[in-house]
Design a binder for this molecule. Sequence first.
Ligand code: SF4
Length: 306
Amino acid sequence: MRIIYKSKEIGFCYGVKRAIKIATNAIYDPNIKKPIYLLGNLVHNHHINEYLLNIGIKILDGSSRLAMLDEINSGTVIFTAHGVSQKVRTKALSKGLTIIDATCPYVKLTFDKMSKASSKGHDILFIGKSTHPETEAALDISKRVYLVDNVFENLPLEKPLLCHQTTMSSYDIEDIYQKLKLLYPNIEKMDMLCKVSEKRQQELLLLKNHTFLKPALIIIIGDKSSNNSTKLYEIAKRINNIDVLFIDNISELHFNVLKQYQEISLFSGTSTPEAIVNELYNLLLELDNLEADSYFSKLKLIDYIK
Ligand code: SF4
């Protein structure tokens, strides 16, 4: 009999839930100045952003948060869950805009820790996706924060400290740490991995020692722009002798192909709506009875934020 496993941790993390609530409350609050703008995507999931556009929030796109602010002359600006730099905050205030900050409290905490470390003389080597807003904000914390790229330059650093984006994979962090230790033997490391992301990674890593019914498949459900979903996919790819798919929703799947698998496990990112995971899980439970090869989601916009 086929095994269908749904990971224990699904649905939004508290940072995502909080950000959606803040943005939704703002649009319905008559005391909040309109229009309301978002500096980029509130969280990295297009279903949520479609919901926000639908309720009247304007989502800006641009090369940086500072550049996006040039497009706003009045109203309210919401800072996204990934945080913003002090420069962005100052510019928004100088333009007379109302500010609503939806930065995840955990991201804020890590920025505070980096700021303190920098003022104590640490030079921070930061692992992050170069185009990610969290990285943009982290690099602005101090002149002594350097992005760790693929090239590990030997900089003249006295007190190097390794920091990273809150949703990196524990593999990447350890790999880079070991490489940097060769360049900077005195480098220290700060644990900044968000516990929600970490739990999902750990649950996935347990499958390394699991005996699968073969053939086996892991499906990661999330938006391709979501860093924590991408990291789950990269971790799953390290598990031997299983296939891995990274999808946004059920319409990307061919159910006749899935029928060959004896074990299918579902994992999802912290900004992936629970409804999408459950919709797929319920269909997979009926896999042998399904006649069509492809299915379109029956979810409504409102289901994505429940
Ligand atoms: S994944 Fe973690 S750091 Fe990111 S928004 Fe959620 S709780 Fe915050």
